[in-house]
Structure formats: C-alpha cells, structure tokens
Design a protein around this ligand. Structure first.
Ligand code: NAD
Length: 327
C-alpha cells in the first residue's frame, strides 16, 4: 500500500511512518514542520506543506499514487486551544476538510484519523469504551469530536472509508533509542519528569493531590508509540469504504502521576524532586481505555504492558538526545 502520512514529522506520526515502512508499505510524510522535525522522517519521502493547501495536497496524493492516508497533523496543545480556539478550529477542522477535499479530488478513499480520549471528557467510569458518551471539555478536544462527525458524514455521503482512533496517552520511544518525543514546549508527563534526572529542570510540578484516586493524583493510560503504530497498520488494512469505525487505543491499565514519577526514579536510578500544587482546571481524575474492541476485532496485541519498559525506551532516547532532534 502507498500511504500518505500527514503530521509524519511529529511524535506519533513519525513512529507510525517508520513502523509501517518496516512492514513493507511505501510511505510519504506531509508536514508543515510547525511542530515536527524533518530528522524524524528518517530519510523517507517528505513533502513540506500545510494541510490547508488543498492544491498541493491533491497534487501530492496524485503524484505519489496514494492508496490511503493516515492523518496525524493537528494543533494539540489544550491550553493554546483555550486561548486561541480560532487556530485550533482552522487547523484541525478546516485543515481536515481541506484534506478530505484533496482526497476526493485525487480519488483516495481510505483514511485513519487521530482522535483522542479527551473527547470523552469528565466521566465517572473506571474505563472508557467506544460507547462511553463523549463530552469534551476543551476546544482542542471539541475540534477532534467535530472532525469525527464530519468524517462520518463523508463516509455516508461519498462512500469514503475511515477509522477513527481515539488514543490515550502516547508514550515511549523507539527501542533502539534513535527516535522519540520532542515537543517544544514539552507538555507530556513522562518527558517532563525525565527532564529532572537529565538536569534540565529542578523538580516536577504535580497538579493536585486531592483527586478521588488511591494516591490523590490523576490517572492516565500510557500506550507505547510502537503499539499505537501496530494498531494503525491493522486499522488501515481493515478500513472499508462507506464506513467510519471507531477504536480506542490504550493498554487498559492506568498509572497515577505519582506512580509515573516513581517508575521514572526506578528506571533512571535517581530520585526526582516534586512539588504538589493546585489542580489545573479541566483535568479529569481518570482516563483509562477499555481496549477490548481493538483486540477482538483487529487482533491487536500490545508489546508494552509494563510502564517501566515504556519509560526505559523514553529514557534511552532522552539520554542520547538531551536537546531533542537537531532539525
Ligand atoms: N500524543 C498524544 O498523546 C496524543 C493523544 C491523543 C491524540 N493525539 C493526536 O495524535 C496526533 C499526533 O500527535 P503528536 O503528539 O504526534 O503531535 P505532534 O505535534 O508531535 O505532531 C503533529 C504534527 O502535525 C504537524 N502539523 C500541524 N499542523 C499542520 C498543518 N496545518 N499542516 C501540516 N502539518 C501540520 C506538526 O508539524 C507536527 O509534526 C494529533 O492529531 C493529536 O491530536 C495525540
């Protein structure tokens, strides 16, 4: 298969690009590099462009002869989405509309979409299945839900085929330590905690220790990018025209912020200073996947079930690249 990967220079997109290429598919990354890194594309075919540029996207899809698209490109910072929702709606909703139009013009009918567990919002349930009601609490998450609806309508009206993948917390790095997470600024817990043993920060801030969880800190489901990537390959192969299937991608296990800090201490062999501060507005106490549908319908078997193994891959990457990618 020939697969165009929007956001292929970003964290999850580049991990999926490498995995899918290793499995024998032809890949091309399409990214405006607003957040991504060309080095992460690893020498695969790359077009620097914006998903808002429908003409360039159409030409790229046609010239490449794409069979399918994996669509990762998006603005992802929740805080930014509160301050500047116009950018998030323009980039995530408008940009995806542009991509869908380019796909129709180039006669490409299959696409995976990176959605998020944040579309579920606040919930009391222990785990979230695909049937859990969605009630997103940030503009970022609302743009993802808006795209889910848009995609369903396109499947119905134009016979295109989609799979919507709701990720929980992407984490980890390539097992060989060559590729990993480099967001500027960083906003994910594991890389932020690892900045302490790397000597880049004095301590980690813990936002709230009074949540209704066993140790009072928020619980999340950390899924390794390699397991996200294998789910994408299964999903693109299973995507059928005229449908819009939904799958959660998570391990089904949750770790609290304190458990992540302790696991990072074990992996790095260093003690990690922390400061407890006020809750951040809008953080749900618990977001943990129910991944049964992905396992039973697509045969997904995650390789990483132990959080220390996942953190060890991230630690290897950050030690080898303390300042991230060079370009
Ligand atoms: N990382 C997570 O834990 C997580 C969880 C749930 C969902 N997601 C979703 O997965 C996708 C990938 O997330 P990530 O963590 O890899 O983010 P990322 O910022 O590392 O990657 C996004 C990539 O898209 C590119 N991009 C953004 N706007 C673009 C545009 N208009 N045109 C072309 N390229 C553009 C950026 O340069 C970047 O390389 C996003 O859609 C995100 O919403 C991520």
């Amino acid at each position: 298969m020939k697969i165009l990967i929007t956001g292929g220079a970003g964290y999850v997109g580049s991990a999926c690009l490498r995995y899918v290429a290793e499995q024998g598919h032809e890949v091309m990354a399409y990214d405006n590099l607003v957040m991504g890194h060309e080095e992460a594309v690893d020498g695969h075919a790359f077009v620097k462009g914006d998903i808002a540029d429908t003409d360039l996207l159409t030409k790229t899809l046609k010239d490449f002869g794409a069979d399918a698209v994996m669509h990762f490109a998006a603005a992802t910072y929740v805080g930014e989405s509160v301050e500047n929702p116009e950018y998030h709606y323009r980039n995530n909703v408008g940009g995806t509309l542009s991509l869908l139009n380019a796909m129709r013009a180039a006669d490409v009918n299959r696409m995976l979409f990176s959605s998020t567990c944040a579309t579920y919002g606040m919930t009391q349930s222990e785990t979230m299945s695909e049937a859990t009601p969605q009630d997103p609490f940030s503009p970022y998450a609302r743009t993802k839900l808006a795209v889910e609806w848009m995609i369903r309508d396109f499947a119905e009206a134009y016979g295109m085929g989609f799979t919507l993948l709701r990720y929980f917390n992407a984490s980890g790095a390539d097992a060989d330590g060559r590729h990993g997470e480099d967001h500027r600024p960083e906003n994910h817990l594991i890389p932020l905690v690892l900045e302490v043993p790397l000597g880049k920060r004095d301590k980690i801030m813990v936002f709230g220790q009074d949540y209704p969880t066993p140790d009072g800190t928020c619980i999340r489901d950390y899924v390794h990018t390699r397991d996200l990537a294998s789910a994408h390959l299964l999903a693109i192969e299973a995507t059928k025209e005229g449908t819009a299937e939904v799958f959660n991608i998570g391990t089904g296990n949750g770790q609290s912020v304190m458990e992540i800090i302790e696991a990072c201490e074990k992996v790095t062999g260093q003690s990690i200073a922390r400061d407890i501060t006020e809750r951040r507005p809008g953080d749900p106490p618990r977001l943990v996947a129910e991944p049964t549908k992905l396992k039973t319908q697509l045969g997904w078997e995650p390789q990483y079930s132990n959080i220390e193994d996942t953190i060890a891959t991230a630690w290897a990457w950050h030690q080898a690249h303390p300042n991230g990618y060079t370009q």
